[in-house]
Design a protein around this ligand. Sequence first.
Ligand code: GLC
Length: 492
Amino acid sequence: MAQKNPDSCFEHPKYAGFSPALDDAYRLLDSALIYYQGQPVGTVASTDHTAPAVNYSDCFVRDFFSAGLVMLLEGREDIVRSFLHVIMQLRGQQEALEGQQIAPGVLPASFRVHRDANGEESILADFGDRAIGRVAPVDSMMWWAALLRAYVRYTGDEAFARTPEIQRMLRMILSLCLQSRFEVFPTLLVPDGSFMIDRRMGVNGHPLEIQALFDMTLCCADLLVPEEGSQWLIDLAHRRRVVLRQYLQRYYWLDMDVLNRIYRFSTEMFGEDVENLFNIYPESIPEWLPEWLPDRAGYFVGNLGPGRVDFRFFSQGNLLMLVADLARPEQVEGLMNLIEMRWEDLIGRMPMKLIYPAIKTHEWRLITGSDPKNIPWSYHNGGNWPVLIWPFVAAAIKAGRYDMASRAWAEAEERLLRDNWPEYYDGRTGRLVGRRSNVRQVWSATGLLLARHLLDEPDVLNRLGFAPQPPDDPELMAATSMPQGTQNGGAR
Ligand code: GLC
């Protein structure tokens, strides 16, 4: 199958000739490369010249993750290394905001290479200070750290991780995430729109996706060299992982048993051993949920905080929970059962729906601020995003549901080439190409390529550092204090 391809950045693209879709996915990836000082250092988000926002010609850190893994798997680890390096150096570009101290670990959402009239190159980064809506990309440092770890695990290049700059960057990221603030939960508190959903969507607080990425980031403490005075950080990261994991499994999980308990909750309970720890009012259970949630199925809720459960299903967060081995075995099974039984809603004609269900009418006005891009069943508000094919395939493989992974992959492959790699799809089942969607969206293509790799060589997930390695130190688990409560599975 492997053919030499002089036009590709890969010497032997693994899937050259496999199908017209994968051939075109390689072409798109090649045409998206961004060069700095003669070296490829990233990929633009989209090569569509009519894209609605100018920053689609930037390289986004989160978008590059799937491209980076494909590059590792196809022998271009040098590009991944250059990307990691460039991003790390951009940190210094962040300008101080008046009256605020700069958060020293935050990495840019995106960057671009600027060439002046003399051909001089410089890199311009966006830390959320230019992005639409001025959002802080909390997930950038997390995707960066996860890609670094995948790079080190896959190539064995420990020396790169041990360089003083990488060690410093890792310490900064971990210290920033682990800083105590005003929190009583082990989860990370973030503003609205601070991750893939980078617009106002009511995802402030403790969104699931950030918590799964938080765990993946804490995992990177194993790249720190203990002699460098980092032992305390390594220990702290380890302890936090233990509590975070237990907390997510216990309080974010929702199935019919949990829903029944919430439905009959007593409220206004003060004290330590209370049942309704977060003071959730049964009236907040949305109407659609009891009919929609099947027996023997469940999922992790989108967000949890005082007096608040966001019952919407967020795909990326749920899938990353499985990819990062954060779910208990029965939860893994329950989640895959849910996707299988609600295939039409969650996968539909394009894997996969970003959020289910969409918010509408006054809820949409209040939560999104009447955002026309996020109208019901579009974009972040219930659109279907092709990039989610890779975390779906990775999660399904981890769950032993190869059948579901292949079915979803085939569905995506068939349409993406025909529709010219849209960024997202609209409608309840994703039958329409997104109204304001770009075409030639790069992570739609790299997501499909990466998923193909995972399907053909499932073991590669382990080699990329996603091997199960729960923090299962029994002594530590026993010693760790968890807020007690019986909500969301706590009574088991
Ligand atoms: C949109 C998406 C964001 C993505 C960016 C570039 O802003 O919401 O997640 O990183 O486009 O593709």
